[in-house]
Design a protein around this ligand. Structure first.
Ligand code: AMP
Length: 441
């Protein structure tokens, strides 16, 4: 039986907001993390988007933080504008009855209105690293009196090359603060950051439901080359009739290119990457959320953290650069108890990447047209009805032992062994994106 929120002694204004939000019982990360946070501990939380982690750190902060002071007392640092906006929206929702003053600051939009908000007095700030540092340097944001500092999706910030920025922000915050770090994986540099800037953090982690357990059917289609991949994708979009589809590509330049191709084929499609202005990103996301666009072409970074319930299909047009990215991409479907379908298009040169993903997940992704023993280059790549049959994932005792994988894999697990594996990292250097060409920041 999950814990109820009234067991934590939240003040009535916070309880009312929880009730308004329709949250009845705690999610596992909330159950495990809120007690230690309320008790004042630093904390590292191993949890991904969708776990309820945002409320897990916001509720104790919104409940306990002092309000109405000149300088903010709580700061949440998030890797992307979308995540910063989502966290700020959740904070507004949960902090409304306590009248917490909340601001979101992120790049890609003018400094003016964000600056004015900060100057007007703010209790809790949510922001992306670059913009936060701009405001700190210009002294519009003073963080010397912070009571709470949260690093959200720390592993992603690391991937995006924000390590120095995180260090800068932590070095400017007072020693007396409480630091909370949330991350979907705990690679070595994140643990280093934690040991350097946090005081005896309590570690909590939640079992990550595997993609298979989340009702996501995963399969692989083989394609000879780029042109056949485009043709294959168009065919799959027609035959699968997704309610909404996210299509992932490796570079930001490719997002618009592929979207143009699909548009010419009659799809209602848009693309999103950091090449878009903030206003356009918001317009595109709004259009995808309200169904104006059925297909959204995105990079890993732009697609990260998107929590859109209606996404029925994820297509990996380019094979993700790491098993972690695979899990993150595929996890965009099968949300809120719905079924999902994930299809990865593999050309001959992607085969080693696919093998790496399968080894880490400890599963073999089904090739709907058989075992896929023949080289991809010899295969016909048009999906016929026969090929879509039985696309599913079979469990397999993976190359990494019975639990199947390193930290980049699907399921969590509280054992020391599991944690050591996670510490093994993501197999990429600091700041090394898996997006091939120009990375999306
Ligand atoms: P997050 O992992 O923080 O992105 O949260 C995922 C979704 O779960 C968000 O839409 C939250 O509003 C929702 N949520 C958070 N906590 C709860 C809860 N205890 N019960 C139901 N929904 C929740």
């Amino acid at each position: 039986m999950s814990k109820r929120f009234d067991e934590f002694g939240f003040r009535p204004e916070i309880m009312q907001a929880i009730q308004d939000a329709g949250y009845e019982t705690c999610t596992p990360i909330q159950e495990k993390a809120m007690g230690p946070i309320l008790a004042g501990h630093d904390l590292t939380g191993l949890a991904e988007t969708g776990s309820g982690k945002t409320a897990a750190f916001l509720l104790p902060i919104l409940d306990r933080m002092p309000l109405g002071e000149e300088d903010p007392r709580a700061l949440v640092v998030a890797p992307t504008r979308e995540l910063a906006q989502q966290v700020a929206a959740e904070a507004v929702k949960l902090g409304k009855h306590r009248k917490v003053r909340i601001a979101a600051v992120y790049g890609g939009t003018g400094l003016g209105s964000q600056k004015n908000e900060l100057l007007a007095g703010i209790d809790l700030v949510v922001g992306t690293p670059g913009r936060l540092i701009d405001f700190i340097r210009q002294t519009y944001l003073r963080i010397s009196r912070l009571r709470y500092l949260v690093l959200d999706e720390a592993d992603r910030m690391l991937d995006m090359g924000f390590i120095k920025d995180m260090e800068f922000i932590m070095s400017k915050a007072p020693m007396s603060r409480q630091t909370l770090l949330f991350s979907a994986t705990l690679p070595e540099p994140v643990l280093e950051l934690a040991s350097q800037f946090m005081f005896e953090p309590v570690q909590v982690e939640v079992e990550r439901p595997s993609l298979t357990a989340r009702n996501i059917e995963q399969s692989v289609f083989l394609a000879r080359d780029l042109r056949s991949k485009v043709r294959l994708l168009k065919d799959l979009l027609r035959s699968e009739k997704p309610a909404q589809a996210l299509v992932f590509v490796a570079t930001r330049e490719k997002t618009a290119e592929l979207a143009d191709d699909l548009r010419r084929a009659g799809e209602k499609v848009a693309s999103i990457s950091s090449l878009l202005s903030q206003t356009n990103r918001e317009r595109v996301l709004g259009g995808f959320r309200d169904g104006t666009y059925k297909v959204l072409v995105a990079t890993d970074v732009a697609g990260r953290g998107l929590d859109i319930e209606g996404v029925s299909h994820v297509f990996n047009f380019d094979v993700p650069g790491s098993p972690d990215d695979y899990v993150h991409r595929v996890g965009r479907t099968g949300r809120a108890g719905r079924k999902g379908r994930a299809i990865t298009l593999v050309s001959p040169r992607d085969v080693p990447l696919l093998a790496d993903i399968e080894a880490h997940l400890g599963v073999r992704l089904e090739r709907p047209d058989g075992e896929g023993a023949a080289p991809a280059s010899q295969r016909e790549d048009r999906p016929g009805p026969r090929r879509r049959r039985g696309a599913s994932v079979k469990g397999r005792k993976g190359a990494r032992g019975s639990s199947g994988r390193s930290g980049s894999g699907e399921k969590g697990g509280g054992s020391g062994q599991g944690r050591r594996r996670r510490r093994g990292g993501r197999g990429r250097g600091r700041g090394g994106g898996g997006e091939g060409g120009s990375r999306d920041r």
